[in-house]
Design a protein around this ligand. Structure first.
Ligand code: ATP
Length: 315
């Protein structure tokens, strides 16, 4: 199956079109990617899931033509059918890549690294404002004057992502962005990503963690055996299965968690609460917390026959 259109936001302008992209490392090597097709629209974040070595990083490198090995196919910024569509190489200003490997100068400070990265892409007059915005957005003020070699792994990763996107590109590639991030810095990144999506930017994100994809992305593509074997809007994937309503109550015999299928309407929610209130075991107990959960994406993938073979059985 080819991922011709992740769907979901058919009216939003198309920012990236990939058609029939194949890739091999070396002339006589077997292809790592075969005839991959994808589109990315404004406001979308496409999560790439796949086991180690499936080809996630290669897909990013091949789209961007960073390493030699493309064996045909076409990648354009915009709609492939639009005469104004530009080659990705010709439009670096609009693309940013936060690769898996940190690419910062260790002896320079964070601010100096941001300045250097901005100078590579932006006109000189825009550099200071871009650096100031990156420091603010990524919460880097307290490490801005610190040389990179003295940073912790998490701050280094965050500074790397900030430097990669200092020119505020419209299409952002993030390869394993959450490695080494603690809860707080990861949450900051999640918030930033949703802000970028709201502003109409688009993203391609790779991760080993379905939880990352679930939280950060609007769409998901599963890469396996060199092909995109499943692609679609995340909410369709999640929406087909029940989420749960979890209510923690302080019952006389000790705290209890009550579960019900996630209500789709206020009336269904009211019915769930009324049913629990009628129960003599915890009817008059105080409610400690109410939470809605969706099933973990990994669990959902394992339930979907189209995706099961591609991810779960390979792990
Ligand atoms: N520079 C290279 N030269 C030759 N083969 C490579 C090179 N880089 C990657 N490969 C091979 O290409 C395949 C895909 O690797 P890739 O790094 O894209 O996978 P990945 O899904 O990103 O893996 P991971 O989750 O471990 O980062 C693997 O078989 C890998 O060994």
């Amino acid at each position: 199956m080819r991922g011709d259109d992740p769907g979901g936001r058919p009216d939003a302008p198309c920012l990236l079109t990939v058609t029939d992209l194949s890739f091999a490392y070396g002339e006589s090597s077997a292809p790592v990617l075969t005839e991959v097709a994808l589109t990315l629209r404004a406001g979308e974040a496409l999560g790439i899931l796949g086991r180690n070595g499936a080809g996630k990083s290669t897909l990013i490198n091949a789209i961007l033509d960073i390493v030699p090995g493309r064996r045909g196919g076409r990648v354009v910024l915009g709609d492939a059918n639009d005469g104004n569509a530009a080659d990705t190489g010709a439009a670096r200003r609009h693309v940013g890549v936060a690769g898996q490997r940190i690419s910062l100068y260790k002896k320079l400070t964070v601010a100096e690294n941001l300045t250097h990265a901005a100078r590579l892409v932006l006109p000189r007059r825009d550099v200071a404002a871009a650096v100031g915005r990156a420091v603010e957005d990524f919460g880097l003020a307290r490490v801005a004057r610190t040389p990179v070699h003295r940073l912790s792994g998490g701050w280094e990763r965050l500074s790397h992502i900030a430097a990669s996107f200092v020119h505020a590109p419209r299409i952002r590639f993030l390869d394993e962005p959450t490695s080494a991030l603690d809860f707080e810095t990861r949450s900051r990144l999640v918030v930033l990503m949703s802000r970028w999506r709201e502003a109409g930017d688009a993203m391609i994100v790779t991760s080993h963690y379905p939880e990352d994809i679930e939280e950060m992305c609007t769409h998901v593509a599963v890469v396996s055996g060199g092909a995109v074997v499943g692609v679609g809007p995340l909410r369709d994937l999640l929406g087909g299965y029940h989420s749960e309503l979890l209510v923690r109550v302080d019952a006389p015999a000790g705290p209890v968690t009550l579960r019900a299928p996630a209500p789709k309407t206020a009336a269904e929610a009211a019915e769930a609460f009324a049913a629990w209130a009628r129960d003599p075991d915890h009817g008059r107990s105080g409610i400690e917390s109410v939470r809605l959960t969706s099933r973990n994406l990994r669990e959902i993938i394992s339930m979907d026959p189209d995706l099961r073979g591609s991810v779960v059985e390979n792990e």
